[in-house]
Write a protein of this length. Structure first.
Length: 206
């Protein structure tokens, strides 16, 4: 854990979270999806009770991911960050399918509240406060912004947010260019070069 301590760990990382979104996206409301998440909850509660976090071998850095994942590179990116000793702890995206305001007794009004409370629909001031809290909560050393070419509405690095958060938090960031679907927008070599340079930057700050 390299000084972070399990007290600030979480039982899932970005790559676990994005993979486990599947039942909520394609099976919402089905018994199979309910069964999957009940089983997952049991496992997570067990891991929390045993103080077992989502770890990478020889973790040195904790990162926060903003924006869409690169779906066609989840496995590759998971291995790349792990090889560099970086644990991508959480993201702004994985909660996109959680509607805590939804109330079965008042479905229409609560559905409206739920959708207007989603991270993607909020203004930059709210987003910056939200991210700042998460960076502190997870003890993050750096932040990765994904500039998804075909999803500007879920891309937060276009209008100065990274620079504003850097000023507020002092936590460095890197932007990777790519896409969630069209992998022609992504250069694996450039992505790795940028991430490796970012990790070197974090090392120099130690």
């Amino acid at each position: 854990m390299s000084g972070h301590g399990l007290g600030q760990a979480r039982a899932l990382d970005l790559f676990d979270g994005t993979t486990l979104m599947g039942p909520a996206v394609v099976g919402r409301g089905t018994q199979k999806a309910v069964d999957v998440y009940r089983l997952l909850l049991e496992e997570l509660e067990s891991r929390v009770a045993d103080d077992v976090g989502a770890l990478v071998d020889e973790e040195r850095y904790r990162l926060y991911w903003d924006g869409m994942p690169v779906w066609g590179r989840l496995g590759m990116h998971s291995k790349m960050f792990a090889e560099l000793g970086a644990n991508v702890m959480a993201s702004t995206y994985c909660s996109s399918w959680i509607f805590s305001a939804l109330d079965a007794a008042d479905p229409f009004r609560s559905m409206a509240r739920a959708y207007t409370e989603l991270f993607i629909t909020r203004d930059d001031a709210y987003k910056e406060d939200y991210i700042q809290h998460k960076l502190d909560f997870f003890g993050c050393d750096g932040m990765v912004y994904h500039n998804a070419r075909t999803c500007p509405n879920n891309t937060n690095c276009l209008y100065g947010m990274p620079q504003r958060l850097l000023t507020k938090t002092g936590i460095p960031f890197v932007v990777i260019d790519g896409d969630l679907n069209d992998l022609r927008c992504l250069s694996d070599e450039q992505t790795r070069t940028n991430i490796e340079a970012f990790i070197e930057q974090l090392e120099e700050r130690r």
